[in-house]
Ligand binder design. Structure first.
Ligand code: GDP
Ligand code: IMO
Ligand code: MG
Length: 430
């Protein structure tokens, strides 16, 4: 194990990345969020307290940790201030944070455009979180975006807002929606810039030093590989890349800096939003899983769709993200399920395939091939070692390792920080 670990979602998000980052952060020096915005919702529970973080990295609860929001993120200042309020109210006031001057700003018109364009897509809507993520990344690609650093420079901000708003208002007008006044936004966002200024810096330069000093670093993934704009189930994806491959780009570190990639997977699969989901099922069993796993979105409150664990998805994540170990989450939620299915392959037009078809219509035709394993009835939420697990739970974990070809490094038997069992050492201790 090396000292620079990427924690990445291997499914459609909500795998428990926040919990694992917070758990590993106890031994780390630096936690970096590299991409996405407040479409993410990361739940962390410890000491009888529950937090939902959307933008702030999950190392924030450890005063010794340097938390970094890197250049690949899209940051909505109002949402960020609300999050600060939430952690301050909980008594978290002693923390270290740095925000990249290159991260992009989500403006209020991005939120409106997100909603209007989802409506325009009608039955083909993506089911976004409506947080303005897609429109902000669109502006970034169109080179009309506003960056956090721009908010600190009145002249530069004037220029950037003029061009960004010109396009946004034209769009809003064409949709028959309310447009925005330059002066209102200008004054308000300059004020936001002043409030953020103490944290804003070139985080790539900061990280270079941290890597040089061989500090223990975590890169906290948001979303999951199946929501990747390149390797996910396009077009039902987010507008950035949540894969481990994106981390060097979105954090401004060398690709050689990454030493390990922890793939976080639920013991089953969930998805929020639209799009094909081959192993999805809806019956009393899935309802039980939704209820026991509290499977409602952290960001939007939407009920999550439930499916059996899908090894084609996991192997896809392994390929595009270079997973070196797995964290298997929510194992406790499967207690009481008499028969557990694992999808080991796909049939497409009666032919066995072992990849995610790029063609969306082909993906919609997929028939999962399952193996069935016996379940267990015992409550496992108090287990603290692998040996204490019922034999069927051990077999289930071994089957995951066998079908994915990835060793399990952690499994989790409840939402609390303490309900986490590490089977190996993370980080180098010399
Ligand atoms: P993230 O977006 O990947 O950080 O995951 P979320 O926080 O959105 O969703 C994971 C959910 O599962 C949260 O409600 C967690 O509190 C919960 N959770 C994480 N690990 C476990 C576990 O092992 N057991 C149970 N029952 N809940 C868990
Ligand atoms: P975390 O980090 C689950 C999904 C949305 C939608 C699609 C596009 O908590 O795992 P967007 O608002 O990004 O344009 O929506 O992506 N989505 C997530 N689903 N967890 C997330 O983050 C997600 N972030 C985006 O539901 O289907
Ligand atoms: Mg989440």
């Amino acid at each position: 194990m090396g000292n620079r670990i990427v924690v990445v979602g291997t499914q459609w998000g909500d795998e428990g990345k926040g919990k694992i980052t917070d758990y590993l952060a106890q031994q780390a020096d630096v936690v970096v969020r590299s991409q996405g915005g407040n479409n993410a919702g990361h739940t962390i529970i410890f000491g009888g307290k529950k937090f939902a973080l959307h933008l702030i990295p999950s190392g924030i609860f450890n005063p010794h940790i340097q938390n970094i929001m890197a250049n690949g993120m899209v940051i909505e200042p109002i949402a960020l201030f609300k999050e600060f309020e939430m952690i301050h109210e909980a008594g978290i006031i002693d923390y270290q944070l740095a925000i990249s001057d290159r991260a992009h700003v989500i403006m209020p018109y991005h939120l409106d455009i997100d909603v209007l364009e989802e409506n325009l897509k009608g039955s083909l809507a993506v089911g976004t979180t409506k947080k303005g993520i897609g429109p902000a990344y669109t502006d970034k690609s169109m080179r009309i975006g506003i960056r956090i650093g721009d908010l600190l420079d009145p002249e530069q901000f004037k220029e950037r807002l003029t061009i960004s708003l010109r396009f946004a208002n034209l769009k809003l007008q064409s949709y028959g929606a309310k447009t925005y006044d330059f002066e209102d936004l200008y004054d308000t966002y300059l004020e936001y810039g002043k409030k953020l200024a103490k944290w804003v810096t070139d985080t790539s330069v900061l990280l270079e030093k941290v890597v040089f000093q061989n500090k223990k670093m975590l890169f906290e993934g948001a979303q999951g590989v199946m929501l990747c704009i390149d390797h996910g189930t396009y077009p039902y994806v987010t507008s950035s890349s949540p894969s481990a491959a994106s981390v060097p780009l979105y954090a401004g570190v060398s690709p050689q800096a990454i030493t390990d990639v922890v793939g976080v997977t639920k013991a089953y699969v969930t998805r929020v939003g639209s799009g094909v989901f081959p192993t999805e099922f809806e019956d009393d069993c899935s309802k039980g899983i939704r209820q026991r796993g509290k499977e409602y979105g952290t960001t939007t409150g939407r009920p999550r769709r439930i499916g059996w664990l899908d090894m084609v998805v996991l192997r896809h994540a392994k390929r595009v993200s270079g997973l070196t170990s797995l964290s298997v989450m929510l194992l406790d939620v499967l207690s009481g399920v008499s028969e557990l299915k694992i999808c080991t392959g796909y049939l497409l037009d009666s032919k066995q395939i072992d990849y995610i078809p790029a063609n969306y219509n082909d993906f919609a035709k997929i028939q999962p091939v399952y193996v069935t394993l016996p379940g267990w009835t015992e409550d496992i939420t108090k287990c603290t070692t692998f040996d204490e697990l019922p034999i069927q739970a051990k077999q289930y974990l071994r089957a995951i390792e066998e079908y994915s070809g990835i060793p399990i490094g952690i499994f989790s038997v409840g939402p609390d920080r303490l309900q986490t069992i590490a089977l190996k050492q993370y980080f180098d201790y010399k």
